[in-house]
Design a binder for this molecule. Structure first.
Ligand code: ARG
Length: 570
């Protein structure tokens, strides 16, 4: 879906016949929106045509201007440098946009670009036997936002949590448990003690490498379905999954399926057979590998020399299973960028198996998460106890609320929404591939580029709407009364949010939405602080209330698409 004003302009530009080779789609693509609206609301850079037309850009822009008939949607056209700049008819633009927005509310933004196409979205996927890491937190938040954004825009999304619940680490855990643990010891604090066992295993293995062989042996027996070992494994995984559930509840994140790696155990043998029968895998030093040298990649190991399966084997099995079961047209893996090469190898192997759709599998990668104070990261790298992060954020949010609004009802509940909102928003504060620097003081500010700032702006509007004692349904807005530049610039942001949504969905970048919301909130606050809203002539007040309400609709929608709750007071 393109911006309707670009479509109108493209038609008019083409009608002039000044640029014979230009087609509407290309023209729409070329049209820019200058950052400074004094330069116009849209601009056509004419440099692109100089070569074919053998004229300088300024001359091309002038010719176009002289031949164009401007439709009523625009008020002015100017040549600035090699650009042809167009100015919207502000009054009409404000009236058209707000009238439609007020009528359709959030449906104004609900563009069906997905056509019910099925997207399989894999996100979160933490590893059992280790605490929930910050990298998994990022995957969880980004995945959850993409789920909501894509669903909103008409895709049929299936969300899967590919929990790491199988692999040699269970061999290690069981060896450690048998040596140093006991049922009673574990029951006291299962997650902590299981992790301690895991850490102890690695420490002891440094001086006693035979432990690793032992663990491998145990895992091999698990793959052979040794009943006693499977019982232990089931116990460990249940303990973890219950714990993860608490985290997902706190974050308000859901999945359609939680199917861990172990779910694909019964499909592993057939994938190995397939790889062998198609001559894609070969034996190398006793192990089975897919040689990817022709594609400048190291080989993908699919079966160990002791015949047990690997992460990659289970992923291949999962991919084929999912394609058959869900008939997805796209599959997206929200996983940190450290696995970039791995996913390339995986998708290439699928292609080599003869499945063309391997080309459309996508790794949605993201950068690391650093804590500015460094204290939160434990010695085991980026493993951070999420619970501690949430608790600290809650405390800080409560502290701020106590300073700003001590009489607020249900302070604890609001503080939690603010805290989780702040944590989540920091994941969207830049493009996902960039690293995130998590700064406690910054992320909880009510006036920075933060989640709480958006929540606060929304609350500000809600309280204004409460003061205006008329029901929204009964508003009779004459939007042509909105004549200030602040109002126009705000409406422009509201209008552009449609394009932003589509861009966020097509590039799988929740960041665009976060940025769009910040821009809207800043514009709103500028408008709010520079103009009287209630103490003006009734017709103006009513139109301004309408504009405020429309802004609230977007903030509410945008926050919910990012998985962030919007409290009604704070
Ligand atoms: N559990 C894995 C890890 O933490 C992530 C899984 C990603 N998904 C996948 N299909 N490989 O490294």
């Amino acid at each position: 879906m393109s911006d309707r004003y670009k479509i109108i302009l493209a038609e008019e530009i083409i009608k002039t016949n000044c640029i014979p080779s230009l087609i509407p789609e290309h023209c729409i693509e070329l049209l820019e929106m200058p950052n400074d609206s004094n330069l116009g609301d849209y601009a056509l850079p004419c440099f692109n045509f100089s070569k074919t037309l053998k004229k300088n850009p300024q001359k091309i822009a002038e010719d176009l201007m002289n031949r164009m008939t401007l439709s009523s949607e625009f008020s002015e056209i100017k040549v600035i440098g090699g650009y042809l700049n167009f100015f919207l008819n502000k009054k009409l633009f404000i009236k058209d946009t707000l009238t439609e927005l007020l009528e359709k509310r959030e449906n104004y933004y609900k563009l069906n670009i997905g056509n019910n196409e099925t997207i399989l979205l894999e996100y979160s996927s933490p590893n059992i036997a280790k605490p929930f890491s910050v990298s998994h937190l990022r995957s969880t938040n980004i995945g959850n936002a993409l789920y909501k954004i894509l669903t909103f825009l008409g895709y049929h999304v299936i969300g899967i949590n590919h929990v790491g619940d199988w692999g040699t680490q269970f061999g290690k855990l069981i060896v450690a448990y048998k040596r140093w643990g006991s049922a009673d010891f574990l029951k006291k604090d299962p997650i902590k003690n299981l992790f301690n066992l895991y850490v102890q295993f690695h420490k002891e293995a440094e001086t006693n490498p035979s432990l690793v062989d032992e663990a491998r042996e145990v895992f091999k027996k698990m793959e052979e379905k040794d009943a006693a070992l499977i019982d232990l494994w089931k116990w460990f995984t249940t303990v973890y999954l219950n714990d993860f559930k608490r985290i997902y509840d706190a974050l308000d994140v859901k999945f359609d399926h939680i199917t861990g790696e172990s779910f694909y155990n019964n499909h592993v043998a057939s994938i190995i057979e397939l790889l062998e029968s198609k001559n894609i895998a070969k034996i190398n030093e006793g192990a089975l590998i897919v040689d990817l040298a022709a594609f400048d990649m190291p080989p993908l190991l699919v079966k160990k020399s002791d015949a047990s399966s690997l992460y990659a084997t289970r992923d291949l099995a999962a991919l084929l299973y999912r394609k058959k079961e869900y008939k997805f047209s796209k599959i997206l893996y929200v996983v940190g960028s450290e696995q970039k090469l791995y996913f390339k190898q995986l998708f290439k192997t699928i292609e080599l198996l003869g499945f063309e759709w391997g080309k459309s599998c996508t790794h949605i990668d993201f950068g690391l998460f650093h804590f500015k104070d460094g204290k939160m990261a434990s010695r085991t790298g980026n493993i951070v106890e999420l619970e501690k992060v949430i608790t600290k954020a809650n405390e800080l949010a409560l502290q701020t609320i106590n300073e700003k609004n001590p009489d607020l009802e249900d302070k604890e509940i609001v503080a939690e929404k603010v805290a989780i909102g702040a944590i989540k928003f920091s994941d969207f504060s830049s493009k996902r591939i960039k690293d995130v620097l998590f700064d406690w003081n910054e992320m909880l500010r009510f006036d920075g580029e933060t989640g709480p700032y958006l929540q606060y702006t929304n609350v500000r509007i809600l309280s204004l709407l409460r003061k205006y004692e008329k029901d929204i349904e009964d508003l009779d807005c004459e939007f042509s009364k909105l004549e200030t530049i602040d109002e126009f610039l705000l409406v422009k942001e509201l209008y552009n949010f449609r394009t932003i949504l589509v861009k966020a969905a097509s590039e799988y970048e929740p960041y665009y939405i976060a940025k769009g919301l910040i821009d809207i909130a800043k514009r709103y606050n500028k408008f709010y602080t520079s103009h009287q809203i209630l103490k003006v002539k009734k017709s103006i007040a009513e139109a301004r209330i309408g504009l405020s309400y429309c802004t609230h609709i977007i903030l509410n929608l945008g926050l919910s698409l990012l998985g962030i709750q919007a409290p009604s007071q704070m």
